[in-house]
Design a protein around this ligand. Structure first.
Ligand SMILES: CC(=O)SCCNC(=O)CCNC(=O)[C@H](O)C(C)(C)COP(=O)(O)OP(=O)(O)OC[C@H]1O[C@@H](n2cnc3c(N)ncnc32)[C@H](O)[C@@H]1OP(=O)(O)O
Length: 235
């Protein structure tokens, strides 16, 4: 498959390795640091606005940007069908046959997604992260390297779980919250919070009010009942 990457930073380079490991092809890299289109080593580099010109039925898109909010804003700006996004799973990752993985989501080396877990669209499950059975992870989340989400954890939209953080079973973390690296979450965390430490405690609100109004975020009820597209690019 030919993949068009949006974003040309460090995260994008890691995603390129996944594409190569899967035997797919990086077709183009689009980033607004490029003002015009050029071809280099068989790949097209150009501004994001060139996407609609270069897309065809053989190509799929991945937004290769680590920041959850910027990933969401770019998705809104691209305004393409969900089916045009690819799901990328590194061959060393374990994904249960009963897990569901959304479109545009990237699963990095050695990650584990266990039985009946549901991971939304445009998420990053980073290297060696563990998503245990029956988790529900909203769209645009980033589960950083070495995170452990134990059983039945529920994450709202846009949650960032800092590297090596952990959540005990059955806890919920509200939309657009941030959990500090190395923290242990033992109580539910409300939306738009920033928590850190073991046990994790609030360090302050994560987002300004203007952002809270714009971001929306999914309700827990909606998340619990969400269903992913019937077909996706799992291999
Ligand atoms: C491949 C990759 O790179 S993936 C990306 C991985 N990235 C990460 O894991 C980053 C995670 N980010 C963090 O842990 C950050 O420290 C954050 C987001 C939690 C907080 O960042 P900031 O908002 O800048 O907070 P700041 O550094 O000002 O700290 C505020 C307070 O919280 C404390 N604090 C911050 N982070 C942590 C943490 N992880 N654990 C415990 N306490 C923390 C600070 O000591 C400080 O306490 P004080 O007020 O008593 O001095």
């Amino acid at each position: 498959m030919k993949i068009i990457l949006i974003g040309d930073g460090g995260h994008s380079r890691v995603i390129r390795d996944i594409i190569l490991a899967k035997g797919d092809e990086v077709y183009a890299v689009l980033d607004d640091k490029y003002t015009r289109g050029t071809e280099k080593a068989g790949k097209y580099y150009g501004p994001v606005a060139h996407l609609h010109e270069i897309m065809n039925e053989d190509s799929k898109v991945v937004i290769a940007i680590g920041n959850n909010l910027i990933r969401k804003r770019i998705m809104e700006r691209l305004n393409i069908n969900l089916e045009q996004y690819s799901t990328l799973i590194h061959p060393t990752a374990f994904v249960s046959s009963t897990a569901e993985i959304g479109r545009g989501t990237v699963i990095m080396p050695y990650a584990v997604i266990n039985a009946s877990a549901r991971v939304g669209n445009h998420c990053i499950i980073n290297s060696s992260a563990i998503v245990e059975h029956d988790n529900t992870i909203g769209d645009f989340c980033h589960i950083c390297p070495n995170v452990t989400l134990t059983g039945d954890v529920l994450l709202g939209e846009g949650v960032e779980m800092g590297a090596a953080s952990a959540v005990i079973p059955g806890k919920s973390i509200g939309s657009w919250s941030i959990v500090g690296a190395g923290s242990t979450v033992i109580r539910n965390v409300s939306a738009h919070s920033k928590v850190a430490g073991s046990p994790a405690k609030s360090i302050r609100k994560s987002m300004p009010i203007k952002f809270l109004q714009r971001s929306g975020g999914d309700s827990y009820e909606k998340l619990k009942n969400f269903s992913l597209p019937a077909t996706h690019d799992r291999k």
